[in-house]
Design a protein around this ligand. Structure first.
Ligand SMILES: [Zn+2]
Length: 61
């Protein structure tokens, strides 16, 4: 997950884990982002479109 939003530079890296946890607990993704204070579309896009690749890559040395 990039630390900053590519478009506006807002630091959002630390929000991703919280966002993922909220959604896993049944929270609506839109409301989760609202609660985190991520209002700009560019920042929301960064989190909503992020795909965790690390777990897919780890098994391969
Ligand atoms: Zn942004």
């Amino acid at each position: 997950m990039p630390v900053r939003c590519f478009s506006c530079g807002k630091v959002i890296g630390h929000f991703y884990a919280v966002y993922k946890q909220k959604v896993a607990m049944g929270e609506d993704p839109q409301r989760a982002l609202d609660q985190l204070g991520i209002e700009r579309y560019c920042c929301r896009r960064m989190i909503m479109t992020h795909v965790d690749l690390i777990d897919d890559v780890l098994p391969y040395p």
